[in-house]
Design a protein around this ligand. Structure first.
Ligand code: AP5
Length: 215
């Protein structure tokens, strides 16, 4: 399947993407994970992105488009892909549209994960993430804690709180989402490819996607 997953920080895009990869081998492409791995590696991309991310701001569109142009042409995308956290602005959505035409790829749907704000705030302050960039498993100390506290069930690495999970950065990320990313819902609605789903339950989101794609 080829999907865009839209939704506020903490809406559950990463969680749903990981569930969907198990269905047909489509790969999860999370720009957030790619950027965090670059920051951890200390490479040029990481150095350019780090300050924006820590403050809860978006990384410049040109950097993101350079990453995505290359990523979407990788061999593993042939089985399908789940775009998690991209596009994030109208210019990114427009650039993606042109890129997909050039690559002769069509999307199956754009899914908007709708979750009430109070649920989002609760999820973000209680989320924990595996620090191994090859794993990035997502946990929640309330709803889905690791079996052994602080240790990833899947790879045994440390499970940590992200650098952008301070109260200040969370609040900034939600403001940035409302100003720059929320307008994409209208953008894709006009394109006729939007599926809106109440994402209080990830299982319900996955079922709605399967139903829409008839898989
Ligand atoms: P990114 O990593 O994309 O963060 P985000 O969009 O803010 O999304 P999150 O990862 O916070 O949330 P999610 O929706 O994936 O939720 P999750 O599944 O983890 O981006 C980080 C930064 O990178 C940005 O701020 C920006 O600086 C930069 N960036 C990235 N992409 C960019 C782009 N395209 N352009 C410019 N800059 C970019 O779930 C959250 C929690 O809730 C977890 O604990 C989970 O266990 C729990 N949970 C999920 N679903 C449920 C459920 N159904 N019931 C109970 N708990 C649940």
């Amino acid at each position: 399947m080829r999907l865009i997953l839209l939704g506020a920080p903490g809406a559950g895009k990463g969680t749903v993407a990981k569930m969907l990869t198990a269905i047909d081998g489509s790969v999860q492409i999370s720009t957030g994970d790619i950027l965090r791995a670059a920051v951890k590696a200390g490479n040029e991309l990481g150095q350019q992105a780090e300050a924006f991310m820590k403050a809860g701001d978006l990384v410049p569109d040109t950097l993101i488009m350079d990453i995505m142009k290359e990523r979407l042409q990788a061999d593993d995308c042939k089985a399908g892909f789940l775009l998690d956290g991209f596009p994030r602005t109208i210019p990114q959505a427009q650039a993606l549209k042109t890129l997909l035409v050039d690559l002769e790829i069509s999307l199956d749907a754009v899914v908007s994960l709708d979750v009430p704000k109070e649920v989002i705030l609760d999820r973000l302050t209680t989320r924990r993430t595996c620090e191994n960039p090859d794993c990035n498993a997502i946990y929640n100390i309330k709803s889905s804690p690791p079996k052994q506290e602080g240790i990833c069930d899947k790879c045994g690495s440390k499970v940590v709180q992200r650098d952008d999970e301070t109260e200040e950065a969370i609040s900034k990320r939600l403001d940035v989402y409302n100003a720059k990313t929320a307008p994409l819902v209208e953008f894709y609605d006009q394109e006729g490819s939007l599926l809106r789903v109440n994402a209080t339950s990830s299982e319900v989101v996955v079922a709605a996607i399967r139903n829409k794609l008839e898989i």
